[in-house]
Ligand binder design. Sequence first.
Ligand SMILES: NC(=O)c1ccc[n+]([C@@H]2O[C@H](COP(=O)([O-])OP(=O)(O)OC[C@H]3O[C@@H](n4cnc5c(N)ncnc54)[C@H](OP(=O)(O)O)[C@@H]3O)[C@@H](O)[C@H]2O)c1
Length: 388
Amino acid sequence: MHANSGDEQLIHRALELARQGLGLASPNPYVGAVIADAHGNVVGTGSYTYSGVKHAEILALEAAGNKARGGTLYINLEPHAHQGRTPPCADALIAAGIHRVVASMPDPNPKVSGQGFEKLRAAGVRVEVGQMEEQARRLNEAFARYIRHGTPLVTLKAAMTLDGKIAPPPAEVLERHDGIPPGGWVTSEVARAHVQELRHRNDALMVGAGTILSDNPLLTDRSGRPRRRPLLRVILDSRLRLPLESRLVQNAAADRKNDVLVFCAAADEQKKAQLEELGIRVETIPAVEADGRPDLPAILRRLGQLEITSVMIEGGATVNWTALASNAVDKVFLYYAPKILAGSGSIPFAAGAGFLHMGQAAHVKRIQVHRFGEDFAVEGYVRDPYEE
Ligand SMILES: NC(=O)c1ccc[n+]([C@@H]2O[C@H](COP(=O)([O-])OP(=O)(O)OC[C@H]3O[C@@H](n4cnc5c(N)ncnc54)[C@H](OP(=O)(O)O)[C@@H]3O)[C@@H](O)[C@H]2O)c1
């Protein structure tokens, strides 16, 4: 509590505290706060976790007590000026005698953005905005997308070979050729462990019925870290092909967490009743395309209504293409293993018609490359989550 540090170090600390809200704060933003007294000594910290209700800056103020007077608040997001689930934090900061606020970025909610800073400035508080802004914007990108558009941030994640294959040829083809049972991971254990971190950061996962039928996955968050709401497992399944004996269905039936949501286009009432009996939610979303499949943009709007701020698509080739073709993708996280499958029978990252001209290709920007042992991953944005 007595570190004597510069602004950058303390805002970095606020960002670290904000990250403690991963898996907990959604659908609200991640916020961390540090209060330093007039001599630069840290006298209070806080991080927002939703269930505690109190905002990070209020927790920091409580920890600081009288020592907050004349001090500086370091925070990754603008303190709010309006009455929400909690009273305005800006008022509490003013009342506590905070003399300076160093913040990374304004509130991404256009309805309230700037109001907190305005209120603080009007009360004579010195406000400086923009410290470590890029990191702060990345941290709250899902909240930004959700609060501006009412739909979740969509990350398209896949694991593939260097030549862009997500799986060898389907089981029926393999059996015909060599009798070797299908299976085997594309990427290494260390890359797959990182996928669990991504799952932990997301409110929902999404795959198509094809992935359930071929891989029989569980689609759970196995990061080992706490989450306030269970990870919602979303399955796109027009005609309810989801097998009752699949691991996903059996797991949902055993755990009864209400965390599997199947979107179909035309429900077979008997199968729907069987799934619901096992604790699985089934919703019908009408098809708009001739393929008779539930409309992905409508599904995303529905997820937004359910306060899902982020969804990671881990689908097979069909869902991956639907997501790209319907302009649903905000960012990609593509893992590559140093392997080459080759052949026209193996499964490409995204099937379907594909983009027919180079000028139409999804352009991934602000690329970051991550290494995972022998594997690497490309993270980047197809669309700015903060765009209007
Ligand atoms: N390496 C990886 O990262 C990775 C990840 C996942 C899967 N895979 C591989 O991908 C292969 C499976 O590919 P897949 O294309 O069959 O799986 P998929 O994309 O997960 O599922 C496709 C199915 O989803 C259903 N669906 C329902 N609504 C849809 C919609 N709006 N848009 C698109 N699809 C919709 C369709 O079946 P209905 O028409 O019956 O509804 C469609 O056939 C397997 O080999 C698996 O191992 C690899």
